[in-house]
Design a protein around this ligand. Structure first.
Ligand SMILES: O=C(O)[C@H](O)[C@@H](O)[C@H](O)[C@H](O)COP(=O)(O)O
Length: 262
């Protein structure tokens, strides 16, 4: 049995961002030492804004992101053009990529292939091929191992585009899956599968605001919550998972949180 996930709680997003920066830079240092590249998967939602605060505030702690060594992938993406308001690529571009100062270098980014907007199975297959190309042949690597996955948690306990009760949660072979009926709009998306999302060397969740307190209580304090997508990642990845939350998000949660800095 491994150790439980880490739950770090902060007074507000500024404090959260400072510790998230330390966490990301630590993951970067480990990855660069291991293979001189930092492979990161990011989600949409509120995460990119918090991540921008963590990474781009240059007065914020020691060390720097070495973006020219970063390879950025999408933990999930909506099947829309890259300049569409629903695009996670557009969100990450506007919040982070466009704001990176030149001296920090430019990351390599892997967006979805727009040729397949009308065929999301093909879009998922192509994105999986991209991962195969980067993480080595599928036969030799059972699952791609991201150096860091940065994920959000929906009010129903979903993460990436893996929703509670979805048959996609039972998929153990594919690395990337299509979804055509996402309960959160827009309906058509692709997502990392649960085994891939649980396989990151480090997996960081960011959840803030009182709107998250009921689902956080469910995930951390109840047996049913452990079966929700976020709860399943907690179970599978255990101490490789770290949650960065603010106090309102864990009001009433009994699971022990470490308050203050990382
Ligand atoms: O593209 C998406 O819809 C996201 O990747 C999704 O999984 C998100 O991370 C959660 O819904 C949490 O969103 P918030 O952080 O905005 O609550």
């Amino acid at each position: 049995m491994g150790k439980p996930p880490n739950l770090y709680a902060f007074q507000g997003t500024d404090e959260l961002a400072t510790s998230l920066r330390t966490y990301v830079l630590d993951a970067q240092a480990n990855a660069l030492e291991r293979h001189n590249v930092f492979r990161v998967g990011v989600s949409g939602g509120s995460l990119p804004k918090v991540l921008a605060k963590a990474l781009l505030d240059t007065n914020n702690g020691e060390g720097k992101p070495e973006f020219d060594k970063w390879e950025i992938f999408f933990a999930d993406e909506r099947a829309v053009p890259l300049d569409h308001e629903d695009s996670n690529y557009r969100l990450v571009k506007e919040e982070i990529l466009d704001k990176i100062p030149a001296e920090l270098g430019k990351p390599t980014v892997y967006p979805i292939d727009l040729k397949y907007l009308d065929d999301i199975q093909e879009m998922a297959d192509q994105y999986e091929k991209t991962l195969v190309g980067v993480f080595a042949a599928r036969d030799s690597v059972k699952l791609p191992m991201f150096d860091l996955l940065l994920l959000g948690c929906g009010p129903d306990g979903h993460t990436c585009s893996l929703f509670p009760g979805s048959p996609l949660l039972r998929e153990h072979d594919a690395w990337v899956l299509p979804i055509s009926d996402s309960p959160k709009p827009p309906p058509k998306r692709i997502t990392l599968s649960l085994p891939v999302a649980s396989h990151g060397i480090k997996i960081g969740f960011v959840a803030t605001g009182g709107g998250k307190k009921d689902i956080m209580k469910e995930i951390f304090d109840t047996e049913e919550g452990r079966q929700l997508p976020c709860g399943l990642i907690n179970q599978f990845a255990q101490e490789r998972v770290s949650w960065f939350v603010d106090y309102p998000a864990i009001e009433g949660v009994s699971f022990p949180a470490r308050r203050g800095s990382l």
